[in-house]
Design a protein around this ligand. Structure first.
Ligand SMILES: *Cc1c(COP(=O)(O)O)cnc(C)c1O
Length: 388
């Protein structure tokens, strides 16, 4: 099929929930991808922060293919050595105690909400504080958790029990903690909200406040996790230990997985029957995740993420059309002085560079394994589009 036929098929048979760009990718290798007509792209998206090891990394492919040839799925009534091993490896990488596996970021956050409600149940504390401009998912409960009006208005009524505070406003959060609050949920760098890193004092102060008030500190690491910001989880760069951590996107390197990780005191909060997922902890996804975890959770690898991020940031800041760059590691948002971010995205795709936007910023989430050559080639396209 040629591109037009694919586009026609999409128009006829797929719900139009995405504003799509004209390219149908059929093959990829690390940070390069090819479309159905053979055109080559440099990829600064990693499938929205999913393909941590790039497209079709050979070691990841081998592990996934091998597991598919052994046993592809079993029901969660039986033990699965791939998911028990991944849980132990995640515990060691994160300092968290136990994992519940599901299939997406929204589901991981749903589980966090359930954990929080069980935690507050005895004292009738069921409210959860989230931040204005946050993003936590598309289910009705995680939409309610998402502190952006724009996402709410089409789907009212949402799940009740969410309160919103401004990022950085510790006093405001303290005011909301009136005894009915069981948890605070936040991202260390707001991703969809425009690549906005949380300040160190705010995060540390919040951790202390939560501890004082017996309120759970829950960190949504769905986008920031798995090496993206230069530490395995972004909270590890803030020197705090959350009560609950949610992870998804990059965790299995391109296969659907989500995880809700809890600390020691929450290890037995959910009893058999309280939570479940047919596909959760699927052995193929877990086999992929174990390769990702082993490769990414290595000091040299994480250092390379920081170095590449710093290099990319420096080059972008030197472009006269760029107002500022913010973010951490290989999670960067670029504010342009004049051009519209979405127009730039469309033009970049035409010229062979795949990028993202977040609010009015251009957003880069390249594979963590991207080479310096590919960064340079992508930047050359970006520069040309900004000049054009
Ligand atoms: C993408 C994202 C989610 C939702 O993940 P899905 O896998 O799409 O459900 C939740 N939180 C954050 C911070 C995200 O970036």
């Amino acid at each position: 099929m040629n591109f037009q036929e694919i586009k026609d098929q999409d128009q006829s048979y797929i719900l139009h929930t995405y504003g799509r760009v004209d390219a149908a990718l059929v093959k990829g290798k690390n940070a390069r991808a090819w479309d159905v007509e053979g055109k080559e792209y440099i990829d600064f998206t990693a499938g929205i922060g999913v393909n941590a090891l790039g497209y079709s990394d050979p070691e990841w492919v081998a592990a996934v293919a091998e597991q598919a040839g052994e046993i592809q799925h079993m029901c969660n009534y039986y033990y699965c050595p791939q998911n028990t091993a991944l849980a132990e490896e995640l515990s060691k990488a994160s300092g968290m105690a136990k994992a519940f596996f599901c299939n997406s970021g929204a589901e991981a956050n749903e589980c966090a909400v359930k954990v929080a409600r069980k935690y507050g149940e005895k004292r009738n504390a069921y409210k959860i504080i989230t931040l204005v401009n946050s993003f936590h998912g598309r289910t009705l409960t995680t939409l309610a958790a998402t502190g952006q009006e724009g996402f709410h208005k089409d789907f009212l009524p949402l799940t009740e029990g969410f309160l919103y505070a401004q990022a950085g406003d510790l006093a405001g959060i303290e005011k909301l903690m009136d005894g009915s609050v069981c948890a605070v949920l936040l991202e260390m760098v707001q991703g969809e909200g425009g690549v906005i890193p949380m300040g160190e004092d705010f995060v540390k102060g919040l951790a202390e406040l939560c501890q004082e008030r017996d309120v759970l500190l829950m960190v949504d690491e769905v986008q920031t996790g798995v090496g993206r910001t230069g530490t395995f989880y972004a909270y590890q760069g803030y020197d705090i230990q959350p009560d609950v951590v949610t992870s998804a996107k990059a965790l299995a390197g391109g296969l659907p997985i989500g995880a809700c990780l809890v600390g020691e005191k929450l290890g037995d909060i959910l009893k058999p029957g309280m939570q479940g997922s047919t596909f959760g902890g699927n052995p193929i996804a877990c086999a992929g995740a174990r390769v990702v975890l082993r490769r990414v959770n290595d000091p040299g690898f994480l250092q390379s993420v920081l170095e590449k991020g710093a290099y990319l940031k420096e080059k972008l800041e030197a472009m006269p059309q760029v107002e500022y760059v913010r973010g951490r590691g290989l999670m960067l948002g670029v504010k342009l002085k004049v051009k519209d971010a979405h127009d730039v995205l469309v033009e970049c795709a035409k010229q062979g560079l795949l990028i993202l936007t977040a609010k009015e910023l251009v957003r880069f989430l390249p594979p963590l394994t991207i080479t310096k050559e590919d960064i340079d080639q992508g930047l050359a396209v970006f520069q040309k589009v900004l000049e054009g």
